[in-house]
Design a protein. Structure first.
Length: 535
């Protein structure tokens, strides 16, 4: 054994234990340590050997510092001790596996049948719950199964669905469904009924088994402010309109901007989309981060509708304002002018509609300025931008305008010219096909033609020109911003609407509904009795 072979070599020990030092010290020190007093037992040969062995064992350093004298015998022994102790500790770790419990014996035969008759299992798993019994002689078979006198069901109008189809799906006969749809169409436009509308349908008793059930009753909410009911009156169907009172006071939310406009507005109860829209609208008028102070007040007005039945419809943002010291710093009102909604300042000036869009997707191949003409071979002015993009690629109107020329024009080939507001116009040459006609209005980004190589052209490309007051200008120099302006009667109507909105008290839309409060309270029996006593 390795251990005993080295056991005698005291020289292997590099450190002396404190006990040893004490033993080798002076007699006074030895006395102080109070060394073992030899007894009779120690004198016997076995006792002597035991004593000697115990002494050696106690002198051995079992837990040396493993960071020092790496590789020495003491170190190795220390490592072995550590390994041994770790091994013991790890072997004593409990097992984390599941603990086996009592397992009942599986049910078989009759026992299993009884147990199954009492269990409830999903039908999808093939449940055959319950005991079945054979019928006795007392059971008489029915000649035909009885039918329910009426069926009540709820049909839902889907997206792209029609009222007639919904009713037919619910079991209403085709002719009757058509009749109902015609009756409803006389009151509301069928396309205006919202998808997802629930229709309560009651079908009556049918005269025969192979006939459809007649419609007895039908009710649904046709509009936010209208309930429709169709009732059977003998042979005929009768339509009942039940208008629902709706309060459309807009929802106004005001508050101090504080550290974050977004958070303050959200905390004041404005919906997320409304705050985002507000920031976009205001952001076009001023820098939200630089120009708005924390002491400013935000003013948000949303379209809002409440029905007396309790439903709420939160609409879009209609007014966005920033007030400073009680005076408006920015006020923007949404306004529909000429079929297009835009945001207008309180003065009636519209918000900028942004810059020009690229006339085609391809990249610029030639810029504006003096150059040698590729066909005519002499230096002349190139009065526009050339775009590549390939034959047949679409060409877009750079902004809203009116077509003032559409057709062949000399070296320009097939050419379109658009007139825009602010004395600006744009021209598109060498088209393969023109997609607009003279006099037509075009919108920004609308396709007006396709790239070609008509006229004086070396290959398919778009020659694009921009004019100001009739003269060509470098299209790249223009960062033009279009602003619409309201005038005359429209401006008056705009200002009236703005005044009306600003008169709305914040939170006015959240008060009790006027119509609901007008309703007479149903009198309780106890009050009626008291009244009789009073009189
Ligand atoms: Zn060109």
């Amino acid at each position: 054994m390795v251990y005993s072979a080295f056991g005698h070599h005291q020289g292997v020990r590099l450190f002396k234990s404190i006990d040893m030092l004490a033993d080798q010290g002076t007699g006074a020190a030895a006395l102080a340590v109070d060394g073992p007093v030899p007894d009779a037992k120690a004198n016997s040969p076995f006792g002597e050997r035991l004593e000697d062995w115990r002494e050696r064992l106690s002198e051995t350093e079992w837990v040396p510092d493993l960071g020092r004298d790496i590789g020495s015998f003491t170190w190795l022994r220390g490592l072995a001790t550590l390994g041994l102790l770790c091994g013991v500790a790890i072997s004593a770790l409990p097992d984390f596996g599941p603990i086996a419990g009592h397992e009942p014996a599986p049910l078989i035969g009759t026992q299993a049948d009884y147990a199954r008759s009492q269990m409830i299992a999903p039908l999808a798993y093939g449940s055959d719950t319950g005991m079945s019994m054979a019928s006795t002689d007392a059971v008489r078979a029915l000649s035909e199964s009885p039918e329910r006198p009426s069926i009540e069901l709820v049909a839902t109008l889907g997206r792209g669905d029609s009222l007639r189809r919904v009713l037919q799906r619910a079991g209403v006969a085709g002719a009757e469904a058509r009749q109902v749809a015609d009756m409803v169409a006389g009151t509301v436009k069928l396309g205006e009924i919202k998808p997802g509308t629930k229709i309560d349908v009651t079908l009556g008793r049918r005269p025969g088994k192979n006939q459809a059930r007649p419609l007895d009753q039908l009710a649904f909410r046709a509009r936010f402010d209208l309930n429709l009911e169709i009732l059977r009156d003998g042979e005929r169907l009768k339509l009942n309109r039940q208008p629902i009172l709706v309060d459309d006071t807009p929802l106004r939310i005001k508050g101090v901007v504080g550290s974050s406009l977004y958070r303050s507005a959200r905390a004041a109860g404005a919906p997320t989309e409304a705050v985002q829209k507000f920031l976009r609208v205001i952001g076009k008028q001023m820098s939200v981060s630089r120009d708005i102070r924390s002491t400013d007040e935000f003013d948000i007005i949303l379209a809002y509708r409440r029905a007396e039945t309790g439903e709420i419809e939160v609409g879009e943002l209609i007014y966005a304002g920033i007030d400073r010291g009680g005076k408006p710093k920015a006020q923007m009102l949404k306004w529909n002018s000429g079929g297009r909604t835009n945001w207008f300042e309180a003065s009636g000036v519209g918000q900028s509609r942004g810059e020009l869009v690229r006339p085609t997707r391809g990249r610029t191949t030639s810029g504006y300025g003096m150059r040698r003409h590729p066909i005519l071979r002499y230096k002349r002015m190139h009065s526009g931008l050339d775009f590549g993009g390939g034959y047949g690629a679409p060409i877009y109107a750079v902004t809203d305008g009116k077509v003032t020329y559409a057709g062949r024009k000399g070296g320009f080939g097939k050419f379109v010219k658009l007139k825009h507001s602010g004395g600006l116009a744009s021209g598109y040459a060498h088209m393969s096909r023109i997609a607009v006609s003279n006099g037509r209005r075009v919108r920004k980004g609308q396709i007006i033609g396709y790239i070609g190589s008509t006229g004086l052209s070396t290959g398919p490309h778009l020659h694009y020109e921009l004019y100001r007051n009739g003269r060509t200008i470098n299209p790249r120099s223009v960062k033009f911003v279009e602003r619409s302006e309201l005038g005359g009667r429209e401006l008056r109507r705009f200002k009236d609407e703005l005044r009306r909105l600003k008169r709305v008290e914040p939170g006015a839309a959240l008060g009790t509904l006027k119509s609901a409060s007008k309703k007479p309270q149903s009198e309780r029996e106890i009050n009626r009795l008291n009244k009789a006593l009073d009189s």
